[in-house]
Design a protein around this ligand. Structure first.
Ligand SMILES: Nc1nc2c(ncn2[C@@H]2O[C@H](COP(=O)(O)OP(=O)(O)OP(=O)(O)O)[C@@H](O)[C@H]2O)c(=O)[nH]1
Ligand SMILES: [Mg+2]
Length: 371
């Protein structure tokens, strides 16, 4: 019995091995190989297709991103144009008395008249319209009007000296102190640091006025007592900015007329002292012009330009005037760029000036054609 079972047990595994490993024929081997090759091909194809799909997806995403950016740019442009339209409401109202209905082409005489209505100087109008036909298209006029701002600045904003010093100058009541608040607010909201210098030590309450703005916007301010040396304030503000690694210095100055010799000598001294505090400073001497004065502001700016040299213009109070067209003459006659325009009394009422957007918003009022 025992030996029988023993024998049987020995035979069982042999049968199992034979069952699990059947003999593989040559043809079967070849079939397997073919199958393997087929599978590899399928895998390779899938990988290729997937890679293509991924690339396509990436391309689609890139195109979508470009579209998104373009839409954002268009939105900002529209917003800016909207800003100009609101700010120039009075100027546009006077233009519309000449061309009440939008048209595809406007006669030479009407364009001439509406530019006069908007307070563009006649000499500038003649220059802009020289050689234009009897019936003028939007494109023709746009080109000529944008050309009047050929002194647009080319400033590498990515590589500014630090601190970047702006000296604010102009006649009494032009809007200097308010514009300083607007600029400080803008820079701060863009993430740059700002320090103000209360350089108007002449007018009573001027220091107080700028201090109130500084507190409201929450930026530091350097000040002294009324009647003290304003160039010392400029020096201290720049030194403080250097020590504290602040990006922007904005220095207020007293309002003055080109005829006030003492005050004008003081202004020259401020400029010199800025240079002592930091080589190259002040980097921008910005002339603030009251937009409600229209073309008369040009003579003021000229006098200041001769006195200390101006780098750019900011035109204020555009919201309260029908003389918005004076921007053409101001920039062209002074051969200076307009950097910003003030369109109200709040700290946010400042628009970065762009000749394209300004001209487009004006043409939108009178032309039907889009571009
Ligand atoms: N509507 C309007 N008012 C403005 C604008 N900018 C300034 N103002 C007003 O103009 C007046 C004079 O502004 P300031 O900023 O004090 O002018 P300033 O040049 O510093 O004046 P002085 O220091 O006296 O020479 C204030 O009542 C401001 O609110 C503007 O863009 N629009
Ligand atoms: Mg002031």
């Amino acid at each position: 019995m025992f030996s029988f079972f023993k024998k049987k047990k020995k035979e069982e595994p042999k049968e199992e091995v034979e069952l699990l490993e059947p003999a593989v024929t040559e043809t079967e081997k070849e079939d397997e190989k073919k199958e393997d090759i087929e599978t590899t091909k399928i895998i390779e194809n899938n990988v290729e297709n997937n890679v293509e799909e991924i690339i396509q997806e990436e391309e689609i995403q890139a195109v979508e991103k470009v579209i998104e950016i373009k839409e954002e740019v268009a939105e900002v442009k529209e917003e800016k144009k909207g800003f100009f339209s609101r700010a120039l409401e009075k100027t546009f109202a006077s233009i519309k008395t000449v061309v009440p209905m939008k048209k595809e082409k406007i006669s030479f005489d009407d364009i001439e008249e509406l530019l006069i209505e908007a307070d563009v100087e006649y000499e500038i109008i003649e220059k802009a319209m020289d050689g234009l036909p009897e019936e003028i298209t939007r494109k023709q006029l746009r080109h000529r009007l944008v050309m009047l701002f050929e002194h647009a600045p080319i400033i590498d904003m990515t590589n500014l000296p630090r601190p970047y010093v702006r000296l604010i100058i102009g006649v009494n009541g032009a809007g200097k102190t308010t514009t300083i608040a607007k600029l400080a607010n803008k820079f701060k909201s863009e993430g740059s640091s700002v320090i103000l210098g209360a350089g108007d030590t002449f007018r009573a309450a001027a220091i107080e006025q700028l201090s109130t703005w500084a507190e409201k916007i929450d930026v530091p301010i350097i000040k002294t007592k009324q009647g003290h040396d304003s160039s010392a304030v400029a020096y201290d503000t720049i030194s403080s900015a250097v020590a504290r690694n602040i990006d922007n210095v904005i220095i207020d100055t007293a309002g003055r007329l080109q005829t006030q010799t003492n005050l004008n000598n003081e202004l020259k001294k401020i400029v010199k002292v800025c240079e002592k505090a930091q080589i190259g400073a002040p980097h921008q001497k910005l002339m603030i012009l009251d937009g409600t004065q229209g073309n008369t502001a040009i003579a003021q700016a000229r006098a200041f330009n001769e006195m200390v040299g101006i780098d750019g213009i900011i035109v204020t109070k555009l919201d309260g005037t029908a003389k918005g067209g004076a921007l053409f003459s101001i920039s062209n006659r002074l051969e200076l760029p307009i950097f910003y325009v003030g369109v109200g009394e709040k700290q946010t009422d400042l628009i970065e000036f762009s000749p394209d957007d300004f001209v487009d918003s004006l043409l939108d009022e009178i032309y039907t054609e889009e571009k």
